[in-house]
Write a protein that binds this ligand. Structure first.
Ligand SMILES: [Zn+2]
Ligand SMILES: [Zn+2]
Length: 370
């Protein structure tokens, strides 16, 4: 890697005149809001402002730090940033940080929270930023952009290819997303469903500990859907899914004590009747929910009824309906099971709910039908 120090390599005169020039050339569009916020009307004022941060024409300690060290610091920052603004606030500081901030070494480490772009803020710059991260080998960016392109932008082939790139790098959510696409034949005809491929992708995601994949695989095994029926093995995967859920609880020890005492709200064994706290959905799912809430769906298409999923149908009657009430529909068994526990158990038709309670099967979601 090339190491450069401002003391050893004087900069060309023109580089010091306008710290926003690099940003405009890269087209990331961070310059204008910064100018407005700081009322910078001319390039000389902008250069003076940059000087306050130690990046102006005068040499200072920052100039003496070699590039590879700055890259290392930026990589750590991008990996630990908790919001997109954390990273962008640094990138707009000066030309040098802007240039080093888009180095592939930094972009490959950008955290999931830094890429959690809201649908209302979606623009060409955000798209380009995610693309740069994906091209740098950032698997989270490949998955997020793949989901957005596949479902929101209608670019099915390209979106699926990006998700496949993430899946090849063992990105569990991407493996599961591709499994859902295979189960539903999303983006194609009903005959494009490939249940065996769906189960195989699901198994790989489940092996990596993905909770939805574990639950999906458990239901597939219990129902003999795309795989030979094995109720015992299916139940084992469902228990594993619930144990994984317990591991995500911040205070797992207190939750376990609550179970021991027979009370409290704990997600452990939620498939078998325990109360379940709503978990935080992935940024890609939140993006899709916001996107389709704002823009609406194509005529005749439906959203997955699990509110945190955000997947829309890609053709009519793609999703399976609840076999009891027929009023809700789901992209997957995992979404159905989760929504059943969170809401639908109380909403499904009263008579069926009463029957299920009498039969002692109130915690199990009814079978879905195509
Ligand atoms: Zn129902
Ligand atoms: Zn869903």
């Amino acid at each position: 890697m090339q190491t450069r120090s401002g003391f050893c390599y004087p900069r060309p005169e023109s580089d010091n005149q306008d710290p926003f020039r690099g940003k405009r050339k890269l087209g990331l569009g961070f310059g204008e809001p910064y100018r407005k916020r700081h009322r910078l009307s001319s390039s000389s004022e902008a250069a003076a402002a940059a000087g306050e941060y130690g990046c102006g024409s005068g040499h200072d300690l920052f100039d003496g730090i070699p590039d590879d060290l700055v890259l290392l610091i930026l990589s750590k920052l991008s990996a630990s940033a908790t919001s997109p603004s954390d990273l962008f606030a640094v990138l707009i500081t000066c030309k040098r940080l802007k240039k080093l901030g888009v180095n592939p070494m930094v972009l490959a480490k950008v955290s999931a929270k830094s890429m959690a772009i809201r649908a209302s803020k979606w623009c060409e710059s955000a798209h380009r930023f995610l693309k740069l991260c994906a091209d740098s080998g950032n698997l989270e960016a490949c998955y997020t952009l793949g989901m957005i392109r596949f479902y929101c932008l209608g670019s099915r082939g390209n979106g699926a290819a990006m998700m496949a790139r993430a899946a090849m790098g063992s990105h569990a959510a991407a493996l599961y997303a591709l499994a859902v696409i295979q189960f539903n034949g999303s983006g194609g005809a009903k005959t494009d469903k490939d249940l065996r491929a769906g189960v195989a992708l699901c198994a790989r995601a489940a092996f990596l500990g993905h909770i939805d994949a574990l639950r999906e695989l458990g239901h597939c095994l219990q129902d003999g859907y795309g795989v030979r029926r094995n109720v015992t093995e299916g139940r084992r995967f469902l228990i594993q899914a619930n144990l994984q859920e317990l591991a995500t609880v911040p205070d797992a020890a207190a939750a376990a004590m609550a179970i021991g005492g027979g009370g409290g709200v704990c997600p452990l064994l939620s498939d078998f009747g325990w109360a379940l706290e709503e978990r935080e959905e992935h940024a890609a799912n939140r993006f899709m929910v916001e996107w389709f809430t704002a823009k609406g769906l194509e005529e005749g298409m439906r959203m997955c009824s699990h509110g945190g999923c955000g997947r829309p149908e890609t053709r009519r009657h793609e999703f399976r309906r609840c076999s009891v009430c027929g009023a809700v529909n789901y992209c997957s068994r995992a979404c159905q099971a989760l929504h059943w526990k969170l809401a639908h158990k109380a909403e499904c038709t009263p008579m069926d709910r009463w029957n299920l309670a009498v039969a002692g099967a109130g915690a199990a979601p009814p079978a879905a039908m195509g």
